[in-house]
Design a protein around this ligand. Sequence first.
Ligand SMILES: NC(=O)C1=CN([C@@H]2O[C@H](COP(=O)(O)OP(=O)(O)OC[C@H]3O[C@@H](n4cnc5c(N)ncnc54)[C@H](OP(=O)(O)O)[C@@H]3O)[C@@H](O)[C@H]2O)C=CC1
Ligand SMILES: O=C(O)CCC(=O)C(=O)O
Length: 451
Amino acid sequence: MSVIASVIDKVKQMDPGQHEFHQAVTEVMETLEPTVDRHPEFVKGGIYERIVEPERSVIFRVPWVDDKGEVVVNRGFRVQFNNAIGPFKGGIRFHPSVNLSIIKFLGFEQIFKNSLTTLPMGGGKGGSDFDPKGKSDGEIMRFCQAFMRELFRHIGPETDVPAGDIGVGGREIGYMFGYYKKIRNDHTGVLTGKCLEHGGSLIRPEATGYGVVYFAAEMLARRGLDFKNQIVAVSGSGNVAQYAIEKVNQMGGRAISVCDSSSTVIDEQGIDRDKCCYIMELKNVRRGRVSEYASKYQSICVEGKNVWDVIREQGIKVDIALPCATQNELDAQNAQALVDNGCICVAEGANMPSTPEAVKIFQDNNILYGPGKAANAGGVATSGLEMSQNSLKLSWTREEVDNRLLLIMKSIHKSCLDAAAAYGKEGDYVVGANIAGFVKVAKAMLSYGVV
Ligand SMILES: NC(=O)C1=CN([C@@H]2O[C@H](COP(=O)(O)OP(=O)(O)OC[C@H]3O[C@@H](n4cnc5c(N)ncnc54)[C@H](OP(=O)(O)O)[C@@H]3O)[C@@H](O)[C@H]2O)C=CC1
Ligand SMILES: O=C(O)CCC(=O)C(=O)O
């Protein structure tokens, strides 16, 4: 049995039931096969076995008091996966589905993504099964403080620097940062995604969504294409989706969809600047449901189905797909429908949104397919820029950060293509992203000896 197959086998045996983690490990490991012959030193150094095991996983109790005065207990997680090239770095997710498998898959992906950014950041991820939906502002604050009451002892600006992810935005980062500062008496860059007033970076809120569109534009340019007049399907309606739509509009495309966990809205006229501002206010301020969009603007609203189901069922033509909601949202049936209807490009804003079967359909049909760890790396890259500004005690302008983001996305795109070509898989962004991300981390791990 090859070293890769035995590593995948061992992961499945050791952690049965961690399906998302198995999926992420299998997807990465299978593409690393060509590195085994090229780098016998990685085999000898046990790099493949070591890279799938987190440095440590912390699971903790998060007790807090709700508005009725009742004690609620949630479960918190921080998986510090790999710090070979820099401090652990990765977001925090608050969602009822959160469990160890999901946090491990996200932390594992983060190792390679962060490596691709060119910045010195290791991989980690955290979260809780806390559901922010329907909670008052006071409840959110008390939960964030309770979460930080344990997390603070595991993190630090040179150790582990969390940020936002699903259910965690500027408001939650503010509450967590404020509490860390209070109990440590230390105003330091321990979190990213902070508000501007207390050390955040311009463009961090926009960065993941803008970065996905920058990455897709690079892929399209290889075929002499761009966003102008392209019909773009976007899923989700949160941070990543909102700024992806904003950038699609700026680049001359027409974004036609959003969804949340309750319904999907299709607006074939296009979600223009004003409609996008409406969604931002609806989701970020009023914390409402996307179905409200349909009562304000002429559009289709389908309850209980995601964007990709609705596009398939209604035979809607899409040129570019940007899945920006959650893992495994886009399955084989919906991938086939996108291909059959002439889709040319898929760039993933979410982490692992396409199932393995869907990815195979995109690749077999020569679709420009940009996997999340490359296409959505602009968020964490800009977090890295926030860390740099915090260390320098400087703030860069919007233009400066956006320019750096654009250059990083171009560099990631080039690294993927270079690595794919160097390992005999010309044009394959999946192989390219995995190998380029992996080789840098593997070399760093090797240089430390067995630790
Ligand atoms: N924020 C960042 O910087 C980065 C985020 N990502 C990834 O992007 C994705 C979106 O994150 P982000 O925009 O920050 O999160 P948000 O919480 O801001 O938004 C998530 C959106 O996805 C929807 N959603 C979540 N789960 C489901 C589901 N099961 N079915 C349908 N819709 C769902 C949410 O709906 P509802 O409103 O009902 O909850 C919401 O509209 C995630 O995969 C995340 O890991 C990747 C890189 C960086
Ligand atoms: O900005 C960060 O540190 C993390 C962003 C994130 O969670 C991700 O890249 O998936």
